[in-house]
Ligand binder design. Structure first.
Ligand code: SIN
Length: 437
């Protein structure tokens, strides 16, 4: 294992990769990831990425983001998000990302709580398209090394300055990398929930380590439930049925085939209405109908969803699809400023694991990939400046490895730490959580 780097980035989702790409090329960067580099929630994102279509849409986009966020958002962060959106999209296109076109213009779709169509997409696999293109770029950079199948189990700290990370590999061998800056891009907390659209290994590791080292957290009770995931009796990750499906006209029906909610309300409102309906009907799901769309249109616009549903025995053009809510996103997390700085020196956080208040209490659909990119680029700039000025200096540290030897107990302890933080406020739908204590 490499022992030293200028920057260690923990996580290989869109935020981690884009951060790596935006740090000047002459710095040595190591990206570590728990599984394969493709195993991130960014990769799974279906719906799309929101963008300011033209300046006339600014006020409406701002208001939609705040209204969905129950007006708990940090307005400065929202302004940065929206004002930076077009340059980030231009950058992605330059890096080879393809968005669906409508003639010579982009094709814009809509999702819940957006007042207009402003979401760019690549069929129903937008996250895969973006993440694959970012990964391709990262793999071409000689200054960036991706190390798969290692887990961050701690950070190195000296006088409340982060000086590196402690890692565990698949053989449970412990090692360290010392670094002048560490970036947490570890994603959300869905792996702690019984029903989540997130990958199982995304368990909020950075949050637990933050608690241990007194790194400030914020808005820890803001957990988002997505209204529509494919109902299944089996175990494992809940398969998302993108809100873009409802954006394209699909409707929700109760057991008697009647509509019971406006499908394009904010997702927390739609989730609550579904729970209410399931309770009334005594069912574990409601139905989603795409019967207004032709099979050809569904296959062309939502090939991934179509295939998965077919595997499960549902023909979307004719069958009603049983759907149920599941944990999807975490709005709270490691407190950062608008440049990704945490409360600990030389420690940065980006993407879902971080929180600068941009999403408020409930994220607007398709603002997550955008947020990951906009704010990781700003963090990268800050890190580059710090490295250049010599402000991000560190010192190697000797630690006692024996404290990490019982990896199973450590994992349990970390899950508990995260869950304790989440449960400090009142969490909606906490009954979905695996942890019973
Ligand atoms: C979806 O496609 O419904 C999810 C998009 C998002 O989480 O913003």
């Amino acid at each position: 294992m490499i022992k030293e780097a200028d920057v260690v980035i923990v996580g290989s989702g869109a935020a981690g990769l884009y951060c790596a790409l935006n740090i000047p090329d002459h710095y040595k960067i190591i990206v570590i990831t728990k599984k394969q580099p493709e195993d991130s929630d960014s990769f799974l994102a279906q719906g799309g990425i929101s963008v300011l279509r033209d300046n006339d849409d600014y006020d409406a986009y701002f208001e939609d983001t705040l209204k969905a966020g129950r007006y708990k958002n940090n307005k400065d962060s929202v302004e940065i998000l929206i004002r930076s959106s077009r340059s980030v999209i231009e950058d992605l296109v330059r890096l080879g990302v393809n968005f669906d076109q409508d003639g010579s213009d982009f094709s814009y779709t809509r999702e819940g709580a957006h007042s207009v169509n402003r979401i760019l997409h690549h069929k129903d696999v937008t996250g895969k398209e973006i993440t694959e293109k970012l990964l391709e770029q990262v793999r071409h950079k000689s200054n960036i090394t991706i190390v798969p199948f290692v887990t961050m189990i701690d950070i190195l700290e000296k006088n409340h300055t982060c000086t590196g990370v402690v890692l565990k590999d698949q053989a449970n061998t412990i090692s360290t990398i010392s670094a002048r800056a560490v970036v947490w891009a570890t994603g959300g907390i869905g792996g702690l929930f019984e029903h989540s659209t997130n990958m199982n290994h995304i368990t909020g590791d950075a949050i637990a380590i933050a608690v241990k080292h007194n790194v400030k957290l914020i808005d820890m009770n803001y957990v988002q439930i997505h209204p529509t995931t494919l109902f299944s009796k089996g175990e494992g990750r809940s398969f998302l049925i993108s809100e873009a499906v409802r954006g394209e006209g699909a409707i929700l029906l109760n057991k008697d085939g009647q509509r019971f909610v406006d499908e394009l309300l904010p997702r927390d409102v739609v989730s609550a209405a579904i729970y209410e309906q399931m309770k009334k009907d005594g069912t574990d799901y409601v139905y989603l109908s795409m019967q207004h769309m032709t099979g050809e249109k569904i296959r062309e616009r939502f090939p991934n969803i179509y295939e998965k549903c077919l595997e499960e025995g549902y023909h979307l053009e004719t069958d009603l699809l049983p759907v149920t809510p599941a944990q999807h996103y975490f709005m709270g997390g490691v407190q950062i400023n608008e440049d990704g700085k945490t409360s600990m020196k030389n420690l940065f956080a980006v993407g879902e694991t971080s929180c600068n208040g941009v999403h408020g209490a409930n994220r607007l659909a398709s603002n997550s990939l955008l947020e990951a990119l906009v704010f990781s680029k700003r963090a990268a700039f800050m890190i580059g400046e710090g490295l250049k000025s010599g402000a991000l200096e560190n010192g190697a540290e000797i630690i006692d490895y024996t404290q990490y030897k019982n990896t199973e107990a450590l994992e349990k302890e970390y899950h508990l730490l995260v869950w304790n933080e989440i449960s400090k406020g009142s969490v909606e739908y906490a009954g979905l959580c695996k942890h019973e204590g």
